[in-house]
Design a protein around this ligand. Sequence first.
Ligand code: PLP
Length: 397
Amino acid sequence: MIAKKMTGFVENNSAIREMFEEGKRLAKEFGAENVYDFSLGNPNVPAPKAVNDAIKDIIDNEETTFVHGYMSNAGYEDVREDIAASLNRRFEENYSKDNIIMTVGAAGGLNVVFRALLDPGDEVVAFAPYFLEYRAYVSNYDGVLVEVSPNKPEFMPNLKEFEEKLTPRTKCVLINNPNNPTGVVYPESVIKDMISVIEKKSREYGTDIYLISDEPYRELAYEGVKVPYLPHYYANTIVGYSFSKSLSLPGERIGYLTIPGSMKDFETVVSALTIANRILGYVNAPSLMQRAVARAIDSKTDVGYYDRNRRLLRDTLRDIGFEFTEPYGAFYLFVKSPMEDEKQFCSLAKEENIIIVPGSSFACPGYVRLAYCVSYETIESSIPAWKRLMDKIKEGA
Ligand code: PLP
């Protein structure tokens, strides 16, 4: 018999993954070119050549016992130095290897953070809609995810409700900027106001509240939109970064955490995070990938590719009559369901071989998420299907 705590997860297995499997089944039946799969955030842009070149060169020229061996649980020291130097260049910081812990992607990083910070019953506040795995990550350590309701249709954080949701048990505030699933980027003014609320409440309760910034989409911002760097505004910030999207390496499971030296109890927090990386069984982030991303640290994914997709999908859906807030980050479009039940809308879309994910998978029913990290041609060839779908809805399907 499986653990009671697991039964809910087994019964409600990820809808995103389910849609992805459905997309593969439809592709077999109708041919991949006739299926428009917008379900999963799996980048269609190949990893930069520098990454593949680095992997080959490391294998050919570095000592293999070193490359494939164990190292410090926080990661290779030279890799962490290289990442720290890159962050110092970009964000005018003063980091060293001691501020960086290499992780098994952003997901591994968040699990390490919650293992290190949460006592049972501690609360983590997140803004809906959010990446639903957050619920699982928090519950892994018997924490409680506290939700701030979706602030439709702009999806900027509702700071009034946020303030009401902060309690003496609040240990972390978890934000994701640029955002999955909305594509919204929170600007500096919103971040500053959010931090004022955190500071006010932690003073009132006499508690430490950690701001956890989940940033797999940091590099994906369009039209010159700036993504604020949170440690500049609040010392108790842990940034969780990932190379899954920024270098198109989601299957390789590589990312890192940044812990600013000004954080309260810095050394104890870093020790706890490093030990959590070990005792959760990750032991360390994948060794070859650590070395590869360090060498390719200044490489960039083709943001222009995603931007082109973004513009085409945005204009197409707007012309057809769908409603959404224009996304300036990540590679998602969060569209208001033209039918009350968005799951029914997803089923209707599937009849047109369009695979999309219901907003209830992100704690926001009534909307659907489209991942546009697909090929431009997929979006182009999906246009007639979107039109047919809207016609059907207008006819009262
Ligand atoms: N956080 C968000 C908001 C995501 O969208 C994802 C993946 O899609 C993750 C975390 C997990 O990323 P990783 O592949 O780096 O573990």
